[in-house]
Design a protein around this ligand. Sequence first.
Ligand SMILES: Cc1cc2nc3c(=O)[nH]c(=O)nc-3n(C[C@H](O)[C@H](O)[C@H](O)COP(=O)(O)OP(=O)(O)OC[C@H]3O[C@@H](n4cnc5c(N)ncnc54)[C@H](O)[C@@H]3O)c2cc1C
Length: 454
Amino acid sequence: MTHSSTPGIELANGSRIAVIGGGPAGSFFSYYALEYARVFGLSIELDIFEAKDFTRVGASGCNQCGGIISESLVQDLATDGLVIPSDIIQRKINTYTMHTEQGASVIHIPSNEHRIASVFRGCGPRGCLDKNVKGFDKYLLGLCHKKGARIIHKKVSQMELTDDGILVGHSKADVTKYDLVVGAVGLNKKSLNLFKNICPAYVKPKVTRTYISEFMMKPADIKESFGNSMHVFLLNIPRITFGALIPKENYVTLVLLGQDINKDVVQTFITSNQVRACFPEDFPVERTMPCQCYPFINIRAGDHAYADRVVMIGDSASSKLYKNGIGAAFITGKAAASTVIFEGISESHFKNYYAPICRDMDRDNQVGKLIFHVTKRIQKSPVLKRGILSLIEREQADSHSAFRMSSALWDTFTGSAGYRNILRRFLHPALLGGLLNSAVISSLPSFKSHDYEK
Ligand SMILES: Cc1cc2nc3c(=O)[nH]c(=O)nc-3n(C[C@H](O)[C@H](O)[C@H](O)COP(=O)(O)OP(=O)(O)OC[C@H]3O[C@@H](n4cnc5c(N)ncnc54)[C@H](O)[C@@H]3O)c2cc1C
């Protein structure tokens, strides 16, 4: 089947948009499309189809995620007048604690202005008794509703191209014609397959399995054991690229990223001395968690994520490798919104105005892959890990330090800067010289680290 682009198609007064998926990408697109349309004097109708009910606890109300809102996203939202309400925020994170087999170091926030928030995407884990939990995805959908979006809590199961629009339906009896369809279905395989009909050149993202679980704890114990610090682990455990414990109000979220994480990998991680030592001594970390999942994450972007009257955004198109996926949903959602309102909705409009944004993110991810490759090497090297810890400690103890290692690591963990920017800073001669120096000094027999390995 050939697919030719129609350069002239644009939205007009009365045009209808269907957004399939009300996660962050769908919500950010909808919010900005409605805002830009208002500014542009364009009257559109926008329906968001969302299969989940974000007021429910557990999997049926949750888009599985660590729930870290990066400081760059917090700032981008604030610039547009959107301040995440305090009742959505589970905890404000102001330090990172990096754990290795050689010891641990605390990295403080580089500037007091920066804020990272931990949130729940839904209304809390399965078994959550706290009825006051308010999730991030519901908050975003609420913003869209206030802007005029209609939220339809149905799962879209069919889409069909016609001469002048796209038919979208959640049942045979209920089909509506739209001028534009926005695909924001995350990495849901079945939903992505629906787009074959209407976006024939689209290639789905490549994914791998990750792991998330929630440890329920008393708030006082969380405060004492974790504080407001996100704990990240650089351990020599095969297949784990990144492990983190993220404190919330009544829970601590465990996130493992890497290659095809499974039960055995999880077990090795949670029973390691370094992870065990983060919890109170009598806390049963090995007890089966009531809420755990193995969601997919993007490791390669989708391709050709657009066609006449169709654009894919968020995880369904391009994301940031291993970090700040919500920030990436914001970037792609907003870019797609500006394209459809100010430019047009044909394939060539998306190619010229939307695709470059995805391409830029994909190029940055290539550099990210290199950084994670090097990280894997570092995970296996006690000398380098000792050197990094010692350099961080020196920087953190000296208020006049340039904080080169601390701030590069901070941005790697938080997702607040692009990978190209981070790589440039890691390659700075002063940082490399400092690391070499620290590695040599910390390898001397006289060097004392606070080793808690034994
Ligand atoms: C282990 C792990 C940890 C992560 N931690 C973080 C983190 O701490 N911070 C961060 O920024 N990012 C994190 N991410 C990434 C982040 O979760 C995603 O990048 C982000 O959720 C993408 O948003 P989205 O809207 O594109 O997709 P999703 O959040 O997946 O939303 C898609 C929505 O579409 C709906 N949907 C699907 N099919 C249909 C259909 N047919 N009809 C109607 N609705 C449909 C779904 O119900 C869902 O609500 C993490 C990811 C993983 C796997």
